[in-house]
Design a protein around this ligand. Sequence first.
Ligand SMILES: Cc1cc2nc3c(=O)[nH]c(=O)nc-3n(C[C@H](O)[C@H](O)[C@H](O)COP(=O)(O)OP(=O)(O)OC[C@H]3O[C@@H](n4cnc5c(N)ncnc54)[C@H](O)[C@@H]3O)c2cc1C
Length: 415
Amino acid sequence: MAYDGIRVQLGPTGLEPQQSETEEAILTGVRRFAEKVMRPIGRELDELHDPNQVIAPGSSLWTLLGEYQKLGLTVGSIFELPAEERGRIMSTAFEELGWGDGGLAICLAASTVPWIVMHAMQNQTLLERYPEDRVGCWGITEPDHGSDILDFGRQTAQPGSSYGKPNCVVRIDGDELVVSGQKSAWVSNGPIAGLCCLFASLDDGSGEFKQCCVILPLDRPGVSRGKVLDKLGQRALTQGELYFDDVRVSRDHMVAAPGEPYHAAIYALLAEANCIMASIWTGAARAAYEHALEYAHTRKQGGVPIIRHQNVRYRLFHMFRKVEASRALARRVMYFNHTSPVPAIQGSIAAKITATQTAFEVASEAIQMFGGNGVTREYPVEKLLRDARSSMIEDGCNEFLAIKGGTYLADPVRY
Ligand SMILES: Cc1cc2nc3c(=O)[nH]c(=O)nc-3n(C[C@H](O)[C@H](O)[C@H](O)COP(=O)(O)OP(=O)(O)OC[C@H]3O[C@@H](n4cnc5c(N)ncnc54)[C@H](O)[C@@H]3O)c2cc1C
């Protein structure tokens, strides 16, 4: 193959601008963790037939969580960084984690939710009461309310329709909150979490349910859990129902009361979560592209490595292009959101949809590049496709999110 002599050798994250010393130090640690810890453990847990084995004593999941803690990447430490640096580090670090293993990256990201919300709501009392020494989770969806409950403001709901009966209710009893009902089987980390950021309906006796957000320790009497969900992809990420039988906590656990505080909390969280998803699934797309690129240099057909076939280079180029585009948007939105007074949820949604769609497409193209080997469990790309498939549903189905994002483009005065 002929070259004209001019060539820029790109690093793992492509067209990477100069990074600060802090960024480089943090990212070196995260990259090593992604490669040496997440990759092998992600594959091992994916192969377990029974998802309950993922949380059994002696499971490598516990090793992974212990090793991650050693990196010191707590929400508290990240929020102490200057906004610009935080915006860049969050997006590059989550890309590395997604590159390591998509399901485990979601496990680590979902774990931060209670602390992200406590920080967003500037609730110092609860932050002091609950140090970041346990696994967290986000309990929002319910058996009867998936897209519904993420649709705060009911922007995607049919005119004249009603929300219907909630599956999880909070009521106030003197100085205490009492939680009853259940959350869906989809709660990421539900089987192992110690602290839940619970979005639920407040029953104030008026007959009208209003949404609120409660920080709920899961070691309280009355909390029980469903069995670990068996699913396609992201199998290292354990999920399961949370059941509440009159669980009591002091009233100051309500981190966002109905009305404006609730809207502020859920807006901030969905904007942040979609943004993190964008970086994670950019990382998974990059992993699929790298596997395909490497395979193209080793697999021979027609007496030459397949990279020598023009159409293979053409296909690899489009995979590279999609990963770069997904990364560019994910980073731009994360940076904007962390450096602006209010995050742009339409940007987060655009980045989430782009990255998850990219991860799915690039993983599928990687399978095609591997030929028959691509669909066997011996090679890593079929797992990437399974992992990416769920990402188009988690944190909101992409089509529902697009309708919601579109609502934020409309001029509220002329709408
Ligand atoms: C891997 C994974 C991780 C998850 N983690 C968590 C978690 O940590 N915590 C948690 O609480 N939940 C979690 N979820 C649940 C997730 O948020 C929901 O699955 C998602 O919001 C969709 O809800 P649903 O599954 O009930 O689908 P439904 O809402 O029933 O949707 C079914 C179909 O109808 C379409 N649809 C629904 N409403 C509309 C509308 N208004 N306009 C147009 N189309 C619509 C959807 O696009 C979809 O195609 C997770 C899910 C997955 C897959």
